[in-house]
Write a new protein. Structure first.
Length: 309
């Protein structure tokens, strides 16, 4: 299931960047932005749990810049910076009021109120930081004129309800847990300046996926649908040549575990945060016979699981 804001935010970030928006320090209460008088006719009527509210407004609603406002204030605690807001979103065509998408019947969507969002879209960030749980926000996104190969897009009106807010999971700097002695015959892993190094000398091709803990973390157990934050290094088993490393980029990687190669999905599901895991992956669970660049044939990874969300 693709998350609605994950689809809409990239376009919104471009709009706010083009408009010269600068990140603003969050106030204790939610900050409105844009021509909020456009929302004067907006009326929301509750329809019950897991149902989007009834929305009434004067049509068409047009805006020339991203516009946001709390239209109904909740009674819960105020949302804080660096928390994760759990939200439901109703997206409407602001020209005629027709529904484009409705996430209210589905599981809540997470919105991380982190520095990335603050820098990319201060408008959205400052609207949520300081809003009370239970609040309903209106966010209008300008439409786009028709372009070559693309149809015109109407202004979109998003009605967003803040269902809850929670602290963002801690992301470790390095593995934390109990060392594990692996069985003989596996690739050898050493460490230099905190970076794992892999030797595949004398290691036979795997007959099945191997997922061996080198450090057993004590954190949350991973599910195949989780999004992970990891550091990793990968080498080709046949050559021992390194083909990828987040350590070399000096920045951990984040990704959904069900959107990577099968060897990662199957090998890391059930592992725990804080673990360092050695993966020996047969080619059929990696990139197949053709490979991907230097990642050819059977592959070996060392993965440090630093966080999950």
């Amino acid at each position: 299931m693709r998350r609605l804001l994950a689809i809409l935010l990239p376009a919104l970030l471009l709009l706010t960047a083009c408009g010269g928006q600068e990140p603003a320090a969050p106030e204790p209460t939610s900050q409105s932005a844009g021509d909020t008088a456009k929302f004067d006719s907006l009326k929301l009527t509750d329809n019950g749990d897991k149902k989007a509210p009834k929305v009434e407004f004067t049509k068409p609603l047009e805006v020339t810049e991203p516009t946001v406002k709390v239209v109904t204030e909740g009674s819960g605690d105020r949302v804080k910076a660096n928390q994760i807001a759990e939200i439901s979103v109703l997206a409407l065509n602001a020209k005629d009021g027709s529904t484009l998408d409705d996430s209210f019947p589905r599981d809540p969507e997470p919105l991380e109120l982190n520095d990335k969002l603050k820098t990319g879209s201060a408008i959205v960030y400052n609207a949520f930081v300081g809003a009370k749980v239970g609040s309903q926000l209106a966010l209008a996104i300008p439409g786009k004129a028709a372009a070559e190969g693309q149809a015109a897009q109407p202004t979109q009106l998003l009605i967003i309800e803040v269902l809850s807010a929670k602290e963002a999971p801690k992301v470790l700097e390095k593995p934390e847990g109990d060392p594990v002695t692996p069985p003989a015959g596996l690739p050898t892993v050493t460490e230099k300046d905190g970076v794992p190094e892999i030797s595949v000398k004398g290691v036979a091709a795997p007959k099945k996926l191997i997922a061996q803990d080198l450090i057993k973390g004590k954190g949350a157990v991973l599910k195949a649908t989780d999004t992970l934050t990891v550091n990793y290094v990968g080498v080709a088993l046949a050559s021992g040549k390194k083909f990828d490393s987040s350590f070399d980029r000096k920045e951990p990687a984040s990704f959904a575990l069900n959107q990577v190669i099968k060897g990662w999905t199957q090998g890391l599901a059930g592992k725990t945060v804080g673990s360092r895991v050695l993966l020996v992956i047969p080619k059929d669970l990696a990139y197949g016979d053709s490979g991907q660049g230097d990642a050819k044939g059977d592959l070996v990874f060392v993965v440090d699981i630093l966080g999950v969300k």
